[in-house]
Ligand binder design. Sequence first.
Ligand code: NAP
Length: 277
Amino acid sequence: MTEKLILDGNRVADWMKEVLVERIGVLSKRGIVPCLATVLVGSNPSSATYVKMKGNACRKLGMRSIRVDLPENTTTSELIEEINKLNEDPNVHGILLQHPVPPHIDERTAFDAIRIEKDVDGVTTLGYAQNAFGIAQFPSCTPAAIMAILAYYDLEVAGKHAVVIGRSPILGKPVSAMLLNSNATVTTCHSRTANLEEIVRLGDIVVAAVGKPNFVKGSWIKQGAIVLDAGYNAGNVGDVDYKSCLLNASAITPVPAGVGPVTIATLLKHTVDAAER
Ligand code: NAP
């Protein structure tokens, strides 16, 4: 068996955070502490965990984090009112509205209430469009993390066939655009894709963003392909069946310690970028 490259997300994240510590130090001399505000509506336990992790990550680097926890029955206009307060607060540099919000809320309208300068997770319509053009200040964090992993390990994207499984506005679609902007030939698959396995077998780069544990099987992976698993399911399980995919892949992200920690480091980086601006 040829040697496998395990794409270590903790290593990439640590490298990114080292650079950030220096930049946060420079800002603090000017009396600026980068601050991320997280907004959580309702009590979804996974969302609460994600928000807590993001707050802890901020504090560990000497950044501030503000938590806005709103009850399940919050209306769209009440949520927008809270977002507007954060928009107006000069001490808040980044705003993250945790997805998903309860179904009665108009998530798109709420996302679009975030000012573009503070849209550190690239969720607004404008931020999404800028990403499609390749000019986003803050592309969505998980897609940006996937690109950061490829860049860190010096894995060539140009000219490769990338197959993305998933087309959500926060992950599948923006990562497809980023790969395309990096000159990959991109196929984006979804729940209505016919012959999914055959298409995945064509991929030199496979990105799994499905939300189904162990969904991508080893037999779907072309010999030597690079596999990036954005999935995060209950019990720390990815969307890729890691053991079987490892057999054919030349490089692969594990779960945990793959895309997840780099996503958080990217969020911190975007917040520091926003504070510097
Ligand atoms: P999502 O909004 O539920 O989207 C899932 C996508 O997968 C949809 O486009 C869906 O197709 C597609 N899909 C579902 N079943 C399929 C099937 N049988 N065959 C092919 N495609 C199928 O999920 P998401 O928010 O993009 O998240 C995807 C995964 O990433 C989840 O595991 C989530 O936990 C994880 N995630 C991780 C991070 C991180 O930091 N690592 C951040 C965000 C999300 P349709 O469009 O046709 O429905």
